[in-house]
Design a protein around this ligand. Sequence first.
Ligand SMILES: *Cc1c(COP(=O)(O)O)cnc(C)c1O
Length: 379
Amino acid sequence: MKFGTKAIHAGQEPDPTTGAIMTPIYQTSTYWQKSPGDNKGYEYSRGTNPTRKALEDCLAALENAKYGLAFSSGMGATDAVMKLLAPGDEVITGNDLYGGSYRIFTKIYANYGIKFHFLDLSNPDIINEYVNDKTKMIWIETPTNPTMQIVDIAAVGKISKANNLLFVVDNTFASPYLQNPIDMGADVVMHSVTKYIGGHSDVVMGALMLNDEELYKKLWFIYNACGATPGPMDSFLVLRGIKTLHLRMKAHCENGRAVAAFLKDHPRVEKIYWPGFPDSKNHEVAKKQMRDFGGMISIVLKDASLEDTYRIAGSFKVFALAESLGGVESLINHPVSMTHGSIPKAERDKAGVVDNLLRLSVGVEDIEDLLEDLKQALA
Ligand SMILES: *Cc1c(COP(=O)(O)O)cnc(C)c1O
């Protein structure tokens, strides 16, 4: 089945009791048992719920995976993966990460004796210098947040296999429409479903998709034991959001391309990060592993102080100044004070996350209005 058909149908059969075409919201915590242990496959909704199950099967299909697990947030999904580790283990990851991922690694899991190496993965060969017998996992994002650096998934996958590591890709920025890491050697794909997959800025949710049955059982055990699982109403909203994922992504890419072209030579823009430019770093890798380049763009403003940056960020009329991304509406974000505030300045500077950097999540509004808004705000 092709992507759009899966987005609309995967995991969703007409409801067996009524024939309802749309998956019902099974708003129940518990399920009747005929005799102890004799039930219809559902016992308690922390572990299993039919609405969530339909969503998980759909999520798995989108990433060409066998198994899907939905979590109550992207960070809940990340937390479950980290619980596979034990004190003394080491993780290799990128130096340009979602701020919350950096925070959970350094402020929570470092305290449990797990060591993280934050590396510039634009050339994956650097991983070989850090792998030792304690290394258990590689965790990457691509494109990275917020500087849109591209990491070669297949190349990291090869290094991971050769060293018998668990390779996890946070695929939030690309969405499963643009990129499927499992097909390129990833063991687990993580998503903040809050973003493109949900797509309407009305739900916080996370997901893991994977193929290996043993690993699925381990992660399901953590999911049920620790309990960061989403409710049926949110599961329903995301199933509904997914039905237009392919249509939304096409529009995000088209608007993203037009906004990138407009900003590229704008006199107020010193630098622009968007993987679709032929002269952007690792553009050839992006072309190889992504179907298109998406609607996430970051710009560094020319000669702008922090105050200038604040003033420009506050003068948009269509773009809303807010955290998050991937919804139908356009958003503008100031990473240093918003999403990446928990990363120390020295680390931020190393990754190019400077005071005068703004990140755009280009939505699916009419492009004329978006360009007009950019024009007036930058003026
Ligand atoms: C938002 C985000 C997360 C965290 O997901 P939540 O749903 O907010 O918990 C993780 N990674 C990336 C790349 C994100 O953008």
